[in-house]
Ligand binder design. Structure first.
Ligand code: SAM
Length: 283
């Protein structure tokens, strides 16, 4: 039985629609080979004859939606991805924030945290800063839409490429912030005390996440269309303190999306009214 043969365009479209409905991710026909590659094994495992029947399962069985989301999301990430952003965080953002917010707790949101490397990278640099500034306090919230990937983030246990990357490029941090047997690294409790992971769909209002000083919204906007990006950015902005900073991914920019962010440097934006918004308010 070859379930990939002659999949009707209407079935393909209906599956793309399910992806959009549950994640907001916009896929065009060009993504069909990738999507069916991801769903194929699941459809076979359920003993279904084709993707049409899988659509029915998705419609009638709410439990299947979680597995579907795990399969259709792309979770690629790494420790200290895009090094210049981490230099900015350690050398510019943290000292400036600390000088301006005496006695407060820095709150960072790793929005679309995937398997957690971004949140743990943030925590390591915060710990390094705290070693120099004992009064510094911080809390990190990592969120993602995929329960499967959040389980990995919470486990904080890394092998393979993530582990190799740490060992090759950040050996001192690996030794300090992980228990390692040479093939796997487990985050130490000192970091865990500052980081929580929660499920959150970026299309939903972030009502119970609190307010943040820094939001890392990296390598996720690329999966949404322009309208989706606007909706997500408006939601994210609601969870940002007035002067908070937003960092996006390397192939992302807010230039085509009208928002209340001002450009600070490549990939870095500050929450604050744009000149157009100010002019509008004073008109
Ligand atoms: C490529 S990873 C980016 C991970 C990390 N931010 C980085 O830059 O390395 C994209 C993540 O976005 C998550 N995602 C996709 N759609 C989402 C949505 N609507 N709400 C929240 N997370 C979403 C996926 O599950 C995936 O883990």
């Amino acid at each position: 039985m070859d379930i990939d043969q002659d999949v009707e365009p209407s079935v393909q479209r209906a599956l793309f629609e399910q992806v959009r409905r549950h994640t907001g991710i916009a896929m065009s026909e060009r993504k069909w080979t990738m999507l069916k590659g991801r769903l194929r094994r699941r459809v076979m495992a359920l003993g279904l004859p084709d993707y049409r029947d899988y659509l029915q399962v998705l419609d009638t069985n709410a439990d299947e939606v979680g597995d579907f989301i795990d399969l259709v999301t792309t979770n690629e990430t790494s420790f200290f991805r895009t090094p210049r952003i981490w230099e900015y965080f350690a050398q510019t953002f943290l000292p400036q924030w600390f000088a301006a917010h005496c006695g407060e707790t820095l709150r960072v949101w790793s929005a679309a945290s995937s398997s957690g490397e971004e949140a743990w990278s943030t925590a390591m640099l915060c710990e390094e800063f705290r070693a120099r500034e004992a009064a510094f306090r911080y809390a990190i919230v990592g969120t993602d839409i995929s329960d499967g990937i959040l389980a990995s983030a919470r486990a904080g246990s890394y092998k393979g490429r993530s582990f190799e990357g740490l060992r090759e490029r950040h050996a001192a941090l690996l030794q300090k912030y992980f228990h390692s047997d040479g093939a796997q690294a487990d985050v130490v409790d000192a970091l865990r005390a500052h980081v929580v992971f929660r499920r959150h769909n970026l299309y939903a209002a972030p009502r119970d996440l609190g307010q943040f000083d820094l939001v890392l919204l990296r390598n996720v906007l690329i999966y949404f269309d322009l309208e989706g990006q606007r909706a997500v950015l408006a939601n994210v902005r609601r969870a940002m303190r007035p002067d908070a900073v937003l960092i996006v991914g390397e192939s992302e920019s807010l230039s085509r999306v009208t928002t209340g962010f001002t450009f600070e440097q490549p990939l870095v934006y500050r929450n604050g009214h744009s000149r157009e918004e100010r002019d509008h308010e004073h008109a």
